[in-house]
Every structure is written in structure tokens, then in C-alpha cells.
Design a protein around this ligand. Structure first.
Ligand SMILES: Cc1ncc(COP(=O)(O)O)c(C=O)c1O
Length: 362
């Protein structure tokens, strides 16, 4: 079993049973004076074959008017239309299907603000094992209801900072396999299939913009993109009021971060993953931050112009583009990952109504 140092008092278990290596798809490659860590492209391709039959091939939608506002040629990778309403089942299912049956027969356990919870509960149902999910008490009702709907047991926990401690208790109690939300290389390979699909559908992409919570989506996508098209920029997006990857990069390790109350609940884990951090070091070209207002404006614009119903985290990448946070040459071909659409309608509509239309916008 490999243990890596996480944040605070938590030691995050990344990969059970075996040390990381090519067979578990994390390759450490000597690169000039430093070491480049990526998820191996072959592992991402293998993940695509493994999970493909269970998932939607989500569309890459041209977004002309939003692109004009951002000063680029824009396409949206609509993971809000993925099974369970976010990109999360890509990683969760890849982990679960890669486990030998004897590792999963006592069930699965995880910790999540909602989307990963839904994904693991959904994956558990596919392989027919029980599932327990530790969720923050303030998680959106629609996400809690969806997790219940997939048949999982929910443990609500008040204090976000100690969510992972609560998870450990459940893991010890049940003997279930912990499906990590963002720090397992097999999960990252699954998330990386999003990047594969983006470059299959848009082989000349100049930039991919991706939200960062724990960093799993970014790490998988960046690994795929940099392996296939090194010139394509990968731009990460974090919350201005509570970034995680920027302080981790500065500290050289994941550090506990205080997150704001936000519509982008998927971007608020207590720390980023150790493996995503390693990958971000060399595969992410730039990290920009966005405000709550910019998130709401992107939710509104995605609904109005792209006809996409999107949650705060799902709108984050597009928010950075619309707010002019990403500087790219005019006419660059840019893909924004719309990573999820699970938000209570009352919450989304109230936020959009309170925000109103920006001056000059429709
Ligand atoms: C919709 C959505 N987008 C982005 C993220 C961030 O993903 P990651 O934690 O892999 O960085 C999440 C995480 O839950 C999410 O639910």
C-alpha cells in the first residue's frame, strides 16, 4: 500500500496493494533537471475502452457567441450531459472496473460534495456491491437525492475540514474499498478520457480550460492533452476566494485550504491531490482564478446561449474565458470543459435572478 502525505493530519491513501508503476499508470519520467509526472497515455486509452460501453460520448459543442465574447473560437465539452450529470463517472468507473472482485466485494466507500458520490454510487450499482458515501451536511439536495436514488448509504458530516477523517472511520468500519475522488492514478486515467475525446473531436485545439477542485480532472486531461498535442495549452481555473492548487504549487505539497461558501461546491475539497499537484507542476501552463459573480454570469450565459443547464463548478472554466481571465491570441481554438450540471434548480435560478444581466448583454 502506498501512502502519501496529504494535508493536515490526513494521510491520503492513493493506491491500495501495489506501488505505483506503469501497470498502475503513473509514470515518473526524468525530464531535464526535474521529473515529469503524468498519467500514461496508454492507461488513458485503456480506460476509454474499459468505461466506454457504460458512458455517453459527450458532445463538443461550438459556442460562437460565447466565443466572440471571449475573443476566441470556443467549443464546450458538455460533461454536464454525461451519465450522472458530471465527468465524475469516468474516473470512478475506471477504478471500480479495474479492481479484482475480491477487493470490492465488501463494497465501496467515498467522500464527496456530490458528483463523485453520485458517480461511485452509480458504479457500485453496475458491479452490484454496496456503497457508503460521506457527504458534507450542506451538499445540494439534488445531489443527496441522486446518491440515495442509486441505492447508496449516506453519512452526512458537518465539518468539511474533517470529512476525510470521517471517511477513514467508515472505511475501517465497513472494510469497503475507498474510491478516492481525485488522487488515484486509475481515476485520473478515467478522467483523462475527457481529454482524449476533446482532441479526437478538435485535433487542432490551442487551449483547453479546466476547473480545479482536487485536481483530478485537470491532471487526467493535462496528461492526455500534453501527450497527444504538447503545443496545446492547459489552463486551470480555481476560486479566487479559496484556491487550492496555487498555494500547493507554492508550498511544493498539498496544503489545507479554507474554501468559501460558493455555488461551485465541487471546487471546495479541503486540499488538492498529491498526484494532481505533481502533474500540474509540468503539464499546466497557467492557473487563473474566478469570482462568484463570474461563475453565476457563466451559468446564466451557458443556459441562455448554449442551452446548457450547468452547476457552478461546471461553469467555472467558461467563466474564466468570459471574464477575460485567459489571455490567448485572437481566433485561438479553445475548448472549455463544462464539467457538470447537478445543481438544485431553485439555487441556480435564484442566483441567476439576483445576478441579472451584465450591461450590454442580452
Ligand atoms: C462539476 C465539477 N467540476 C469540476 C470538479 C473538480 O474536479 P477535481 O476535483 O477532479 O479537480 C468537480 C469535483 O467534484 C465537479 O463536481
Amino acid at each position: 500500500m502506498r501512502e502519501v502525505s496529504g494535508a493536515g493530519s490526513n494521510d491520503i491513501r492513493m493506491v491500495p496493494d501495489r506501488p505505483l508503476g506503469r501497470d498502475r499508470c503513473w509514470t515518473g519520467r526524468a525530464h531535464a533537471a526535474s521529473v515529469t509526472v503524468v498519467i500514461d497515455l496508454e492507461a488513458i486509452r485503456a480506460a476509454a475502452v474499459r468505461i466506454g460501453p457504460h458512458l455517453h460520448r459527450t458532445p463538443l459543442l461550438a459556442a460562437r457567441s460565447l466565443g466572440e465574447r471571449a475573443g476566441v473560437t470556443l467549443a464546450l465539452k458538455a460533461e454536464s450531459l454525461q451519465k450522472t450529470g458530471s465527468f465524475k463517472p469516468r474516473g470512478a468507473l475506471n477504478i471500480v472496473l479495474s479492481l479484482p472482485p475480491e477487493r470490492r466485494h465488501k463494497g465501496l466507500v467515498t467522500v464527496s460534495a456530490g458528483n463523485h458520490a453520485q458517480a461511485v454510487a452509480w458504479a457500485a450499482r453496475i458491479v452490484g456491491v454496496p456503497c457508503t458515501v460521506v457527504m458534507p451536511a450542506g451538499a445540494p439536495q439534488s445531489k443527496i437525492a441522486a446518491v440515495k436514488g442509486y441505492g447508496a448509504t449516506i453519512v452526512l458530516h458537518e465539518d468539511r475540514a474533517t470529512l476525510f477523517d470521517r471517511l477513514r472511520e467508515e472505511e475501517a468500519r465497513t472494510g469497503a474499498f475507498f474510491v478516492h475522488p481525485f488522487d488515484d492514478p486509475v481515476g485520473l486515467a478515467g478522467a483523462g478520457t475527457t481529454g482524449l475525446e476533446i482532441l479526437e473531436d478538435c485535433p487542432h485545439a490551442d487551449a483547453v480550460v479546466v476547473a480545479i477542485g482536487g485536481g483530478g480532472l485537470m491532471a487526467g486531461v493535462a496528461s492526455a492533452v500534453k501527450a497527444i498535442r504538447p503545443a496545446c495549452r492547459v489552463i486551470g481555473v480555481e476560486l479566487e476566494a479559496g484556491p487550492g492548487m496555487k498555494p500547493a504549487l507554492a508550498a511544493g505539497k498539498p496544503v489545507p485550504v479554507t474554501r468559501p461558501k460558493t455555488l461551485a461546491d465541487g471546487l471546495t475539497p479541503p486540499f488538492v491531490g498529491a498526484l494532481p499537484l505533481e502533474i500540474a507542476r509540468t503539464c499546466v501552463d497557467e492557473i487563473v482564478t474566478i469570482t462568484e459573480d463570474e461563475i453565476v454570469e457563466a451559468m446564466r450565459s451557458l443556459m441562455l446561449y448554449a442551452k446548457l443547464y450547468v452547476e457552478g463548478s461546471g461553469a467555472a472554466a467558461t467563466a474564466a474565458l468570459l471574464a477575460g481571465k485567459v489571455k490567448l491570441p485572437a481566433a485561438s481554438q479553445v475548448v472549455s470543459i463544462v464539467s457538470g450540471g447537478n445543481v438544485d434548480p431553485e439555487t441556480a435560478l435564484a442566483a441567476i435572478a439576483a445576478h441579472g444581466a451584465p450591461a450590454g448583454a442580452a
